[in-house]
Design a protein around this ligand. Structure first.
Ligand SMILES: NC(=O)c1ccc[n+]([C@@H]2O[C@H](COP(=O)([O-])OP(=O)(O)OC[C@H]3O[C@@H](n4cnc5c(N)ncnc54)[C@H](O)[C@@H]3O)[C@@H](O)[C@H]2O)c1
Length: 251
């Protein structure tokens, strides 16, 4: 498994920049609409919605870490549908045709944002998705379509509901949902490695071990073996007060 070719989509983005050092030593292929770079990695440049580019991207790949998409919780449906819905469905279909073993994909805590916004915390990952915005709704859809792909095989999927994935929290609203770089790397590697029989949920929260936790990490610990080591509390006295304790979108 350690020598299989791993495709990272959205490889020119911010999350990928924090993740890629954690995949050192693995054969890597990078895919993005803008040219991505990482030492020793193959590069395929193209659009998720271009079938020929996707075929090139998944050819010979053992596992995918799918990060490409529109990450904006404020985005309108028209801006999200191509990258987050059509693009992800196309990637899953291409991965299945190519015999890819595992697709780990970036969902978001916004898929469960309405639970958080309504004060139902810590959010249980087994509750039904309750997005707080169109962006969160695309992530909930992604979890559903990935579950279908997993059931049909041969690809198996692991959805990670990433929290605020930044090197360090900068606003009060990020303290409950921060995912620090070392924990990002750990949870993605765990998700690449975990046996498919252990994956029971469409999406697992991926946040650090924050003192002000809004996300129950029990299932991620039990199923994926995720053992986060970082805590946003170390930065709590330095963050800007943006007036809220949640990442959920306001009503
Ligand atoms: N950054 C966060 O805190 C955060 C939190 C939760 C979830 N996520 C998710 O993680 C993923 C990565 O987020 P990010 O912050 O790195 O975003 P980003 O915008 O920095 O990177 C996304 C990358 O995807 C590429 N891309 C977008 N649409 C594409 C398409 N149709 N075809 C090819 N490439 C395309 C972009 O060029 C970009 O390099 C997204 O799916 C996002 O929803 C991010």
């Amino acid at each position: 498994m350690a020598d299989e070719l791993v495709l990272v989509t959205g490889a020119a983005g911010r999350v990928a920049g924090q993740l890629l050092p954690g995949l050192a030593g693995r054969p890597l292929r990078l895919f993005d609409r803008t040219a991505a770079q990482h030492e020793g990695a193959e590069v395929v440049t193209g659009e998720l919605t271009d079938p020929a580019a996707l075929e090139r991207a998944v050819d010979g790949v053992g596992a995918v870490v799918h990060l490409a998409g529109n990450p904006a919780p404020t985005a309108a449906w028209e801006e999200l549908r191509g990258p987050n819905v059509e693009g992800f469905a196309a990637l899953l279909a291409a991965a299945a045709r190519a015999g890819v073993r595992r697709v780990v994909f970036a969902s978001s805590v916004h898929a469960m944002g309405a639970h958080e916004a309504d004060g139902r915390v810590p959010v249980d990952a087994a509750w039904p998705p309750r997005p707080c915005c169109p962006y969160g709704a695309t992530k909930a859809f992604d979890e559903a379509v990935a579950t279908v792909a997993s059931r049909r095989g041969p690809v198996s999927t692991v959805g990670l509901r990433l929290g605020a994935t930044v090197p360090q929290p900068e606003e009060r609203s990020q303290l409950a949902s921060w995912l620090g770089p070392a924990d990002l790397r750990q949870v993605v590697v765990r998700a690449l490695q975990v046996d498919a029989s252990r994956v029971h949920l469409g999406g697992y929260p991926a946040v650090s071990a924050n003192t002000r936790q809004h996300w129950d990490l029990g299932p991620a610990r039990a199923d994926l073996g995720y053992a986060p080591e970082l805590d946003s509390e170390a930065f709590a006295d330095r963050v800007e007060d943006d007036g809220t304790d949640t990442v959920a979108c306001p009503r």
